[in-house]
Write a protein that binds this ligand. Structure first.
Ligand SMILES: [Mn+2]
Length: 229
């Protein structure tokens, strides 16, 4: 059941992890100056891995990230603060999906607190993942964890991954899908503060009879990259 899908998406998630790690190295070496430099790198690495893009790569610094679907522009990283990086690869047409948010320069104590909240929602919601649980239950749980910041979380918590990127089951308020063994879903809580910043942390997760397996394994602890010239 679902063998080809699981194998393909697992391979696609590995591409995500390898690219994210190479990207961090490039950032530390000062190789990129704009959002588009980063998205161009990601897209070329996806092609190099013999895969295709699952959806248009998102790289969004600072307040650009308030738009969840921001298209990478010539915005300078140095002016950025947080940077949301959301991309996926397609292997045998099956999609992976992962988001990491990094910080250019040092995060303030307040920013660290907000990041920690998103991370907590990501990790605790992943822990709740297992066959039989309702997607909306996990969605509501994520809002509970985000607490006073839930009003800045305007999209669903996740979606199924198949040959289309936004597949069933949906993890949202209005959908009543239960998770089934062999589903691969995303868990992607976020906090988007108007005119200021966005933070999202997303993993691709395999639903198992008695639990879950996280397929995207890139680090989630806050990464601060200095962009000194
Ligand atoms: Mn997604």
């Amino acid at each position: 059941m679902h063998r080809v899908k699981i194998r393909s998406i697992t391979a696609a998630c590995k591409i995500n992890d390898r690219i994210f790690s190479a990207l961090l190295m490039g950032l530390r070496q000062g190789k990129f100056e704009t959002e588009r430099d980063i998205s161009g790198f990601i897209d070329s690495q996806i092609r190099k891995a013999g895969a295709r893009k699952a959806f248009p790569t998102i790289v969004a610094i600072g307040k650009n990230a308030v738009d969840w679907h921001h298209r990478p522009a010539n915005s300078k990283l140095a002016e950025g603060g947080f940077c949301v990086i959301d991309f996926g690869a397609r292997v045998n047409r099956y999609c992976s999906d992962m988001t990491r948010t990094i910080r250019f320069g040092k995060a303030t104590a307040k920013e660290k607190g907000i990041y920690a909240k998103v991370l907590k929602a990501n990790m605790l919601c992943i822990k709740k993942t297992r066959a039989g649980v309702g997607g909306h239950e996990i969605y509501l749980y994520s809002r509970k964890i985000l607490g006073s910041h839930a009003r800045f979380f305007g999209h669903g918590l996740g979606h199924g991954l198949k040959k289309i990127i936004h597949a069933h089951p949906r993890l949202s308020r209005k959908h009543r899908h239960s998770l089934r063994e062999g589903d691969i879903i995303t868990i992607e809580p976020g906090i988007y503060i108007p005119h200021r910043m966005g933070i999202r942390i997303e993993d691709s997760v395999l639903v198992k009879a008695n639990g879950f397996e996280v397929l995207t394994k890139s680090p989630k602890k806050l990464i601060e990259v200095s962009l000194q010239k």
